[in-house]
Design a protein around this ligand. Structure first.
Ligand SMILES: NC(=O)c1ccc[n+]([C@@H]2O[C@H](COP(=O)([O-])OP(=O)(O)OC[C@H]3O[C@@H](n4cnc5c(N)ncnc54)[C@H](OP(=O)(O)O)[C@@H]3O)[C@@H](O)[C@H]2O)c1
Length: 321
């Protein structure tokens, strides 16, 4: 995998980022280590975790961060890994109560440092936004963490374009780096933004796309393979009854999308995975898709998309529409 610099930073990351949400929980530690080792062997260095992973299960809290911490210590590779984690997520039992006060953000950073067993976090995302809280206060809190060396760079996840713009304007005026990356739900599927918003998440839309195009800020799309929707359509492994119930990925619209993806794959001699991830890799700004691999075979397949670029004119934001 090629490496790229995240614009406005000294972070040099692999073209794909490995999502670790299930590591240490549904993916037991030994299997997680195998995937992490394989990712590194394939040229990967960029890992995505969060304080809240996988607290939805009745197990030890923050098991994903802790698993990464144990792995980096065991492999003695901290210096070679770019670790991204996220904090300021609401408690899962009270998703309507934001946790974005300076004390909550600062406390979450400390907890993540300890779980990851690191001195500094390379990329620290706010996992959610609280639009009622002034961006000025939020950016000052993050800047304090940068100055203290607790985090190298700040980023945001699930922020709307207007809030992102306001935060960046404030940071720019003060001479701060501000947010250097933004992570949103984005993939090649037709996505219904309403159920995504109900889960307090933000999907890529025209406003955000324009924001990234105009500013060049890196996008780090999550759910980048829509849970393997198109690969499963191709292999016949899709549970159609279950997929038909999805409010996020309407099945009828995505069946039409699949036909376009299949045609593109045939025309360009690419696999379905390569078109799905290639679509995100071919945008007019830097993107680093987060891949949610569950098995070594899935990881190898997803990594085969590194370097794929759909030709200009076929890779625009609306090419698959
Ligand atoms: N910032 C945020 O708010 C946020 C939100 C969600 C996720 N994330 C991050 O993104 C990561 C991944 O999220 P996600 O699980 O939603 O991503 P995803 O990549 O869309 O879905 C992962 C699933 O897709 C299938 N898959 C993956 N690679 C495949 C391949 N090559 N061929 C066929 N199927 C494949 C597997 O399904 P099966 O298991 O059914 O085989 C896998 O479990 C998380 O671990 C986390 O780090 C961030």
């Amino acid at each position: 995998m090629e490496l790229k610099t995240l614009p406005g930073t000294q972070l040099i990351v692999s073209e794909l980022c490995l999502g670790t949400g299930s590591m240490g929980s549904t993916l037991p530690q030994d299997e997680a280590f195998r995937l992490l080792d394989l990712f590194v062997e394939l040229g990967g260095n960029f890992l995505d975790t969060a304080l809240v992973y996988a607290n939805w299960l009745p197990i030890e809290r923050s098991i994903s961060e802790k698993t990464l911490g144990i792995w980096m210590r065991a492999r003695k590779n901290r210096g070679k890994i770019v670790v991204a984690t996220k904090g300021a997520h609401p408690e899962l039992s009270t998703m309507d109560i934001p946790r974005m006060s300076p004390e909550e953000i600062t406390g979450d950073v400390e907890a993540s440092l300890s779980h990851l067993q690191v001195e500094t976090i390379d990329l620290y995302y706010l996992h959610r936004d609280d639009p009622r809280r002034p961006v000025e206060e939020i950016m000052e809190t993050l800047q304090t963490q940068v100055v203290a060396g607790k985090i190298r760079y700040a980023a945001c996840s699930n922020w709307r374009a207007d809030r992102l713009s306001a935060a960046q304007a404030y940071a720019r005026d003060r001479g701060y780096d501000g947010f250097v990356a933004d992570s949103m739900l984005w993939n090649a599927a037709v996505v219904n933004p309403e159920p995504v918003a109900e889960q307090t998440m933000v999907t890529m839309n025209a406003y955000l796309h324009r924001f990234h195009t105009e500013t060049g800020m890196a996008a780090v799309p999550y759910s980048s393979q829509a849970g393997g929707l198109f690969q499963k359509m191709a292999s016949g492994a899709l549970d159609r009854a279950r997929a038909a119930e999805s409010r996020i990925y309407p099945l009828d619209l995505n069946e039409r999308r699949f036909a376009r993806i299949q045609n593109l794959a045939a025309e360009m001699d690419l696999s379905i995975t390569q078109v799905v991830l290639g679509y995100l890799l071919s945008q007019p700004f830097v993107t680093v898709p987060v891949i949610g691999s569950r098995t070594p075979a899935q990881l190898r397949d997803s990594v085969s998309a590194a370097g794929v670029r759909l030709p200009h004119g076929t890779a625009g934001a609306d090419v698959l529409g």
